[in-house]
Design a protein around this ligand. Structure first.
Ligand code: PMP
Length: 353
């Protein structure tokens, strides 16, 4: 084996994203994308940008988009950082705010990228087991040595944490950065963005991938006090000042500004979620109360892997985690009503009968 190969395999075990199937005409409920297209205003803005100045570098400080986000979320522009998807914002945050030798805390059963970043940067971490009912054991996140990170709502469990509980975590970690990953917040959770005014140790991260139907454009952002934002800018500018391309900048701005479309599509998803949870429970599924655009569920009798595989054969992709404690669960993204009807039909008529 070559020396280079042994060097390469010494690196961190990378994150494995959910499957992006190459087949056409399947129903894709496996990676929590939005089933509706982005706002028509986004598409118009992108066309304009393609015809415009692609030969020129984009704005490295993303001023116009920053202003639009600050206005929409009622914060100062200096309290906004934008990155190439929230994955990048998370990666920069781990590097900026967590230190080697100081153990960070995140839940056991959470977004599986967190341990990857921690390993990549050689950070110590402790995975705090969730309660029996999959809620976050708030007190166990007090007095962290190195900082705290968790998604709200949590993924893949779909359960949200209230602001009072988040405040307790902030108050009990006064000198450490607490990161709240709000990838799914727009589907019914309580956003912690207003708390950034009162807590200098809070960083809230959001994305346009889910509630704004723009997973393909890669836009994520963070809210926090000016010092935290300055920290993120330092990291970004030490890697790549142009992390946001011209298309992403204009498309994201149009998405943020089209509030009416955003409200319409997110309420559709919430309505569909409500209906489908009821129907699944009728079919003997235990479904956790979701505040996200996905469901976390297990059947009373039929094995999760078997349901996953049979659905896949029928062209319906959901997510199965081969991981202890959750290996009887499936994570199912909320699709259009039509897509969910197909899913229900397959479950009711074939798989479970
Ligand atoms: N956080 C959580 C909890 C997620 O599930 C995801 C999506 N896989 C992300 C962050 C990353 O989203 P994106 O990079 O598309 O903004």
């Amino acid at each position: 084996m070559s020396k280079f190969w042994s060097e390469v395999t010494r690196l961190t075990e990378p994150y494995v994203p959910g499957e992006q199937p190459k087949v056409k005409n399947m129903i894709k409920l496996n990676t929590n994308e939005n089933p509706y297209p982005p706002s028509p205003k986004v598409l118009a803005a992108l066309k304009g940008a393609v015809d415009g100045n692609l030969r020129l570098y984009p704005d490295p400080t993303a001023d116009e988009l920053c202003e639009a986000i600050a206005k929409a979320y009622d914060v100062a522009k200096s309290q906004v950082f934008i990155g190439n998807g929230s994955d990048e914002v998370l990666a920069f945050s781990f590097l900026a705010f967590f230190n080697q030798g100081e153990q960070i805390l995140f839940p056991d059963i959470t977004y599986s990228f967190y341990p990857v970043y921690a390993n990549l940067y050689r950070l110590d971490y402790k995975e705090v087991p969730l309660n029996e009912d999959f809620t976050i054991p708030v007190e166990q996140f007090f007095h962290a040595e190195g900082g705290v990170i968790f998604p709200n709502p949590n993924a893949p469990t779909s359960i949200g944490l209230g602001l009072e509980q988040i405040e307790k975590i902030l108050q009990n970690n006064p000198d450490k950065v607490v990161i709240v990953d709000e990838a799914y917040i727009d589907f019914g959770g309580e956003s912690a963005v207003p708390l950034t005014r009162r807590y200098g140790n809070l960083l809230v991260i959001q994305t346009l991938s889910k509630s704004r139907s723009l997973a393909g454009l890669r836009i994520g952002f963070a809210f926090g006090n000016e010092q935290l934002i300055e920290g993120l800018n330092r990291i970004k500018n030490s890697f790549n000042s142009y992390t946001l391309d011209r298309l992403a900048l204009v498309g994201a701005k149009a998405a943020i500004e089209d509030t009416a479309y955003f409200e319409e599509t997110r309420s559709k998803i919430i309505e569909t979620r409500h209906r489908v949870i009821g129907e699944l429970r009728q079919l003997n599924f235990t479904v956790l109360d979701s505040q996200a655009n996905f469901l976390f569920m297990k059947h009373g009798r039929v094995d999760a892997k078997q349901i996953f595989e049979t659905l896949k054969e029928k062209g319906i992709y959901v997510r199965y985690f081969n991981k202890s404690r959750i290996d009887q669960f499936l994570r199912v993204t909320i699709g259009t009503d039509e897509e969910m009807n197909h899913l229900m039909e397959e479950l009711a008529t074939g798989i479970l009968s």
